[in-house]
Ligand binder design. Structure first.
Ligand code: AMP
Length: 363
């Protein structure tokens, strides 16, 4: 089976590495000649919306997926006329717009942060008046890793925040004083079977994921999250891995956003779960049976952002795995990660403390 991946970043690279043992081959489409996945797979160099390149990809593969959610939905719709594309364009389109995403969450009975649509400075001023402060102004589209977001703490800063996000369609979201942030990775196969990984707890810094620890052991919230994910993947007729990020507030889940792809908060599954999110995504989109999703140890995933530590220092910690995406360093760029594994939560905390001695987290 030959699989096409639109986008050749680290997520595509980890998919390729998961697929090779199953005999799968890969072709990626990415405009950058240095794409991380280009080191492990054939690459077509071209824009994600170039019809000629997309057709070239479609002609060469059996199924197509993507490694980021801002692939133009219309391009995916066109492609799907030639070759199966998973997840589908509809799921992608909903995930690309914070308003339609929140409307879907509400329709499926899941709480979201209070929000208002903002298309102008006067909308923003009205929204601040209605929701109160602090609040977060987020572009409706193309935001990730804290980009396209402004926290507003003082109404006098409304016009500056509106300017800073580029005066584009946005939402203002009430600030959730969350106790924790968690996420759920779910996967649904082509035949409709689905499975969920244990919840994972995430800590962000400046809007970028810093550290995830798994499993987040809370059976009530696990059930809440899994019930919601079951409704979500069915409603979207979804195929592949999907991630949903939640705030935990007063022992309840509040959905923040979803990502229609493999996700940074699921990297721990490579070494910490029976079958990784990458393998399960590939099994799902190629029609293979899904693999077990349980955690077989306690695991933490530490992102290396802006700079990569010395592998030798990090690998001295027992139960540690080092991932270098092969990307050029740039401020705020995810360059790699480490996974730490331990047999108890206390031992895991010791290892996290040890890696914090070496890695400056989240700068
Ligand atoms: P997002 O791009 O929506 O995932 O936001 C990135 C991070 O910003 C989240 O993981 C939270 O840490 C923080 N954040 C976003 N929205 C809110 C909110 N409404 N209340 C509190 N923190 C938020």
């Amino acid at each position: 089976m030959i699989i096409g991946i639109i986008g050749g970043g680290q997520l595509a690279k980890m998919m390729v590495l998961a697929g090779y043992p199953m005999g799968q081959e890969f072709i990626i489409l990415d405009p950058s000649p240095d794409a991380a996945a280009g080191r492990v797979a054939k690459q077509i160099i071209g824009a994600y919306d170039d019809p000629v390149k997309l057709r070239e990809l479609a002609d060469a593969v059996d199924v197509i997926t993507f490694d980021f959610e801002n692939v133009p939905a219309d391009a995916v719709r066109e492609l799907a006329k030639w070759v199966p594309v998973f997840p589908n364009a509809h799921a992608l389109e909903i995930a690309q717009d914070r308003n339609s995403e929140k409307q879907l969450f509400a329709q499926l009975g899941m709480a979201t942060a209070p929000y208002r649509i903002v298309d102008s400075l006067s909308d923003l001023e009205r929204a601040i008046h209605e929701l109160g402060l602090p609040a977060i102004l987020k572009t409706r589209r193309m935001g990730y890793d804290g980009k396209g977001q402004q926290i507003i703490r003082n109404a006098q800063h409304a016009s500056e925040a509106w300017h800073n996000i580029g005066e584009q369609p946005a939402i203002l979201e009430g600030f959730v004083a969350f106790d924790n942030e968690v996420s759920l990775i779910a996967v649904r196969g082509r035949n409709g079977e689905h499975a969920c990984y244990p919840l994972v707890q995430n800590v962000h810094k400046n809007g970028i994921l810093n550290i995830s620890t798994a499993p987040y052991e809370n059976s009530e919230l696990q059930t809440q999250a899994e019930n919601f994910a079951a409704r979500l993947v069915k409603e979207l007729d979804y195929v592949g891995v999907i991630a949903v990020e939640f705030f935990v507030h007063n022992k309840q889940l509040i959905a923040n956003e979803m990502a229609p792809r493999v996700h940074n908060t699921g990297h721990w599954t490579i070494e910490g779960a029976s079958v990784s999110q990458f393998e399960n995504h590939l099994r799902a989109i190629t029609g293979l049976p899904l693999g077990d999703t349980e955690a077989h140890s306690y695991a933490a995933m530490i992102n290396f952002i802006s700079t990569l530590p010395n592998a030798e220092d990090v690998l001295r910690i027992s139960g540690c795995h080092f991932h270098d995406y092969g990307k050029a360093p740039r401020p705020g760029r995810k360059l790699g990660h480490a996974t730490l594994r331990a047999s108890t939560p206390a031992k895991l905390q010791e290892k996290i403390a040890a890696i914090k001695e070496i890695v400056q987290l989240g700068d």
